[in-house]
Design a protein around this ligand. Sequence first.
Ligand code: BGC
Length: 777
Amino acid sequence: MSVDESGLRKRLAELTLEEKVHLLSGADFWSLRPIPRIGLRKVVLSDGPSGIRGTAWDERSTSLLFPSPTALAATWDPEAAERVGRLNGAQARDKGVHVQLAPTINLHRTPLGGRHFENYSEDPLLTARIGVGFVKGVQSAGVAATVKHFVGNDSETDRMSYDATIDDATLDAVYMRPFEDAVKAGAWAVMAAYNRVNGTTMTENKALLTDVLKERWGFDGVLMSDWTAIRSTAASANAGMDLEMPGMPGNAWRDRLVEAVSGAEVAEELIDDKVLRILRLAARVGALEGFPEPAPVTTPPDAPAQLRALAARACVLLRNEGGALPLNVPRRLALIGPNAVRFSAQGGGSAHVNPEHVVSPVDGLRRALGGDTELTVHAGVYPHERLAALPLDMAADPETGEPGVRLEFIDADGAILDSEHREAARFLFFEGVPEGTAQIVVRTRVTPAADGVHTFAVAGVGEYDVRVADAAATVNLALAGGDPVEAMMRPPEHRVEVELAAGRAVPVELRRAYRAGSFLTAFGIGYHAPHLPEDEELAAAVEAARAADVAVVIVGTNDDVESEGFDRTTLALPGRQDELVSAVAAANPRTVVVVNAGAPVLMPWRDEVAAVLWAWLPGQEGGDAIADVLTGAAEPGGRLPTTFPVSEDGILSPTPGEDGTLPYAEGAAIGYRHYAPEQVAYPFGHGLGYTAWEYESLTVVDGTAEVTVRNTGDRPGREVVQCYASSDAVPLRLAGFAVAEAAAGERVTVRVPLDERLPGGCAVRAGRSIADLRLTA
Ligand code: BGC
């Protein structure tokens, strides 16, 4: 969107050097400094790709929780991405947010990457097209999209410092491709990564920031740092960074940058260019008076229905023997699995939002199947490293009696500085802790539902006094090292077991020492009700499967493993889930497995079960969406945007060497370009759907493939028509894709725009996945 540049220059001319420079560091965690004198209002930023969290990170500020970004990519539908982007933009407008810190368009270089679920795909073209759709959608609502993290932030281990060594051709064709397309499509903001690339930390990498991003690609928006990624003054400013985030004591810019300009280390014209970019952004998002405001947009009432349809459409049917799916309404259905009981609607880290509700698979299936089906529910195994948050329906605020807890901020003399009722058992503070606080106290009264041994836990780095009924403990919990985000997402935990009687309320109290100036304070109370030992629980689940007509096993990951600040250490499902699936499959031949995970896991049992449905981290409506697909009310329209390997042999490592380098020695050979056929469990592009397709003809004219397909099944369906290209010089790679929808028996022709970067002389092949190509031109 073009902006009246002379209007921006006029405002720039009214600012002092100090005002200009102070505009270039955040005012706080999530906003920029307003300057009312020139009509500049406060610009507000918010994470992230799973929804708009807003500036508060707690249950009092709820947001729509979208299916994880990889699920969006599994639609292979840039128009769907655009609609999702617009819905994000609408949420942002409702929350007073001007800049969304999304999409995340790094690549699935290794399936172990902690933020794999936040990224779209292993393929640069698919990532680019979905990313461009999302950016256009967000910005159509008058909100800036921020493509992140530029560049080489494809894994998390030592992300603040590792040095990704990437050859120029790979950088250009693979890792920078999605950024280039998003910038050329008009993205208004870019976030520079924490890591180094080829020896230079990204926030000082002039060659990539100024020479490539700004000059070669013509980026005219704001280049902001990842949170705390700027660690130098002149070097980062001269390299091309425009905005230091967040604003906090100890910022490397602010007064130091004023001095650097006064000392001629940084040219004032460069500062002016940065300020103009911030003013341009403010003008684009309606935060600069005198510039046209974007048209009003608000979250539509059918947003939950849209999220449900999207989550269903993203599901990938990996295997379906003998028409096991869709299910005929069974008389007895055994719902089994840890993720049936503790559903993973989203991954962890900065992408996390607080949804207003999450539909669990139990709720979804009960609703979909109706009263005629007897539904039993068993966790089967206990794979979680940490306890679930204390359920609030068993906790009462001792002051008001309402469900929830009492949270108090207490000073060194024991005086209460602030006291609030909270409907949460996990707490997170960046800011907002009253001055003088020496302790944060959580008090509640817990009424157990059953007799027996109840397990409570405090989770979080810091010093705590915990009391449950008569049991008390004083603990000091620390992390071995790691990322600050790890303290929040994967905190150490101390458990307290107490014997309690059903119906008899007991006091639970947690006191946490607090030191002024803490960057981040995160802690919570975990709980596990009395339960069977794991062997007995597993046996009970198998018995339930044996007695049922159908067993649906929901296995998966959780935010202990899929999160930010660390990578996964294995692709295996956590705990004894593989054993559970095999045992259930042996007990009931009609075993359907639903995998609730954001990133590939190993499925050693995949040939033992009737069907495997991959449901991703499907967001707030996930339980209904899974039920829609299981019962056939919706088509599993997804196709894999990333290769699922058979084993961990040969997968790329996310761990830098001792010298801190992470060599991308494989060059462009990631994902399907990396694996040998025998290493692949389910190939890139794979997904069955509920109907069958015949590929009838393929022609290529002027960079567009025309593919005619026929739905040969007996129900309407949705097909992702995929084109791949290869030549002697170019190994097989994705060249384009388009969605076809057809009624039973119907024939349709889709136009597939081919990658404009494709070299001449390639053969083009069309088919259902990279391993199922039907036609050649
Ligand atoms: C993440 C970013 C995020 C930022 C703000 C960083 O740790 O890497 O993706 O936008 O925090 O939450």
